[in-house]
Write a protein that binds this ligand. Sequence first.
Ligand SMILES: *Cc1c(COP(=O)(O)O)cnc(C)c1O
Length: 551
Amino acid sequence: MDKKGDRHIAYFTMEIGFDPRVPTYSGGLGVLAGDTLKSCADLKIPLVGVTLLHRNGYFYQKIDEQGNQIEIPVKWSVDDFMVLLPNKISVSIEGRTVWVQAWQYRLRGQTGHEIPMYFLDTDIPDNSEWDRKLTSSLYGGDKWYRLAQEVVLGIGGLRMLESLGHETIRRYHMNEGHSALLTLELLRKFEGEHQEEKVRELCVFTTHTPVPAGHDKFPADFVKRMLGDLPGDGHVMKNNELNMTLLALHFSRYINGVAKKHGEVSREMFPEYPIDSITNGVHSATWVCECMAGLFEKYTPGWKLDPFTLRHAVEIPEEELWQAHQTAKRQLLDYVNRETNAGMDKDIFTIGFARRATPYKRADLLFHDIGRLQDIASKFNRIQVIYAGKAHRNDELGKQLIKEIYQLRDKIPNVSIAYLENYDMDIAKLLVAGVDVWLNTPKRPMEASGTSGMKAAHNGVPHFSTLDGWWIEGHNEGITGWSIGSEDKNVPSNDDRDSADMYKKLEEDILPAYQDKDVWAKIMKNVISFNASFFNTHRMVQQYVLKAYFE
Ligand SMILES: *Cc1c(COP(=O)(O)O)cnc(C)c1O
């Protein structure tokens, strides 16, 4: 397996979540990268992964009595998982030489094929104190820190692959713009004629966010101080700044957004570029809970290696599916009660909402009209809502949202609320399988794709969401879940209108359906058959192979 010449694609990502014990991810982007590489391993794609080590992870989230988020560095044992390689390369930052080493992790697929992943690390005694911390903290620090990390990832990553003997790479896949400096390193290698075309021949780029703040930009003078003069200047700097997204767009032969709608939005944002779309997925075998997996083995055998097989989930007997869901729900509620003392009951309808806490995701939309929510809850006995999610350390409004929801616990009669600390892959897996409905309320068109709803779908949990991102493609009213707000995807979101629609659907469609477990189990089967069979990374990776890797 160690024949380096067999590897043709290098996948670059700032974060990756592939094992809950390895905290090198913050959220959706990283978990997607992990799921992608797992499917590449299962499908025997000749690929290698490159990322940073993040010795302190993103952060461990505590929430105090008042609902304030406290961020703690994550401690983990790198050498329990990875092996330090002897190779060292260097990059230049502010004129200093910064040494970079790499840890290797072998991601083994279900078929036995392995994907080598390289975790770059600058914590080497030869480096200055500041430089030694460059690969410590994911999305930590200031602009200097971020750009320095991007130098290590893009330029350092390319040099490391070369040093490791990967000479046959013919596609560099940039998962988001963080690694775009690799294009400059390629430019340097192709000094002379048709330099740009040669770089473009090698690069593909996936953009992940329609939110302008999600695109890294650095002022030109600042970049010059950090990196000196850049090659290919005219195209690299635009409007006197280095924009990582524009850099990646300019040097890529294939560019895509992560859902059909996100492709459209990206084409509007960057009209000079041909932007396609490949809709995201999740790794089926990772996200199906144990009790559901047992049922799938029985009724849709072969699903782990060929998730299309999940189309046959419609054949699962309702009673068995209902019981499997009850088991998942019990496991979740036991955890919630143990952690938060919320006293949740498995016979009560339970809503789940977990994602990064940031204003456009509107975690508080459910509480827009508390009286109305309370009336609905009383009419149907009671409602339980489980929240989780971290706010980025500089996102004050996101932190405010956590606090607001935290303080509503025990305040609304007949509505039990819990906010779980430290949302991570383990908690995500418990939540997406154990709740009855997965709620998502982004302001459109801000949600590029969203993937947690796909994880819920893999466990038969219907989605209740604004029509944005992947849900525009997965939504079939009353069959795979329910929409929130206008069905016309071009109508902008509005809190009053959207929450009114949400309450109406809860009262008239969702809670009545939940009263009849046969009706509910049929919906659950549709969710698996229609959505899990399609919104998985096996299908997604096959599209990348056809459109981006081997085209
Ligand atoms: C899947 C996942 C996400 C992404 O969820 P979205 O619906 O895309 O916001 C974030 N964090 C964790 C821990 C996840 O597992």
